[in-house]
Ligand binder design. Structure first.
Ligand SMILES: Cc1cc2nc3c(=O)[nH]c(=O)nc-3n(C[C@H](O)[C@H](O)[C@H](O)COP(=O)(O)OP(=O)(O)OC[C@H]3O[C@@H](n4cnc5c(N)ncnc54)[C@H](O)[C@@H]3O)c2cc1C
Length: 279
């Protein structure tokens, strides 16, 4: 919104976000469009004063609690418009008729993501982000944010904190070395994440840098439950006796999904290969 939105959108929405009162979901993926995002089919048809939305989004994290979605819809469907036919919109989830949010429970049993159905949902012109047809260019910038943000290396961090607590003031030498390395790694990822944010802030499109951040950050956070096992000899147990055991069990189950969201490992590695001139 800061980069591509209108002043009216910024004034209306950004203060609520900074106050922590307004939350967004991301409406990119569809039942038949994940990695191949340019194939999205949910249609925005131009009508007087706005657009009518028909179709469905899936895996939409937080759609059931979000005030708004930032969503990618198809505004033109001629054969050569695969990328040029896409446009981004802000969808007011609380005040729009024709939207049905249905929960999908993940393998930990939590309700995080949803399938969102649109049936003649009206979005006013004032909620279009950027020009019609600029959606693809904008969404790739947005993905660089998503791939390099703190959630790309901090999702397993609660388990690192539990390990630090478990080790207490008198860790074994092996635990001290292992935990020290983990904290050093997290600190390096923080610098990398801030570096990509700086590039975005400067108006660059750091696809390659964000993909490197995601690949390394996610690879690391997926290894943390195994490191916990190595350093403390514990195995994940649901309903464990301590916060440490419960956190280890939860992260062990949840972390398989970390390399999917925001673009799968294969897609991210493909971007890195292209950036290095290998494809
Ligand atoms: C926890 C979680 C939260 C999510 N939240 C959101 C959200 O809020 N909003 C949203 O829009 N989406 C969200 N997603 C969806 C996510 O972006 C997609 O799952 C992801 O992009 C992959 O798409 P897909 O599931 O359709 O798999 P597919 O694209 O069908 O891929 C299936 C497999 O094929 C591989 N593959 C596909 N194409 C290629 C290729 N060209 N080369 C090599 N391998 C390939 C993939 O790597 C994958 O292993 C979320 C997903 C998860 C797991």
């Amino acid at each position: 919104m800061l980069r591509f939105g209108t002043e009216e959108q910024r004034q209306k929405i950004l203060p609520g976000i900074t106050r922590g009162e307004v939350g967004f979901g991301i409406g990119m993926s569809e039942p038949n469009s994940g990695s191949d995002l340019a194939s999205v089919r949910t249609k925005a048809t131009k009508v007087d004063g706005g657009y009518l939305i028909n179709g469905s989004k899936i895996w939409t994290s937080g759609a059931h609690i979000a005030n708004y979605l930032v969503a990618l819809f198809r505004t033109s469907s001629s054969a050569d418009d695969r990328h040029e036919g896409l446009t981004q919109f802000i969808v007011d989830m609380k005040n729009t008729d024709g939207i049905d949010v249905r929960p999908i429970h993940n393998m930990t049993g939590d309700h995080d993501f949803n399938q969102v159905f649109f049936e003649d949902a009206f979005i006013p012109d004032s909620m279009r982000i950027g020009k019609e047809g600029d959606g693809w260019m904008q969404v790739t910038t947005e993905l660089a944010f998503e791939r390099s943000g703190p959630e790309r290396y901090l999702s397993s961090f609660p388990l690192v904190k539990e390990m630090l607590r478990e080790a207490g003031q008198d860790p074994s030498e092996r635990q001290a070395i292992g935990l020290g390395r983990m904290v050093a790694r997290a600190s390096t990822f923080r610098e990398m994440s801030l570096s990509v944010s700086g590039m975005l802030e400067a108006g660059k499109n750091p696809d390659l840098e964000a993909a490197v951040m995601k690949e390394l950050g996610v690879g690391w956070e997926q290894k943390i439950p195994g490191m916990a096992h190595d350093l403390f000899g514990t195995s994940p147990r649901l309903g464990g006796a301590s916060d440490y055991e419960t956190t280890q069990a939860y992260i062990t189950q949840a972390n398989v999904s970390f390399s999917l969201r925001g673009g799968t490992r294969e897609i991210v590695r493909g971007i890195i290969a292209r950036g290095l001139g290998m494809r």
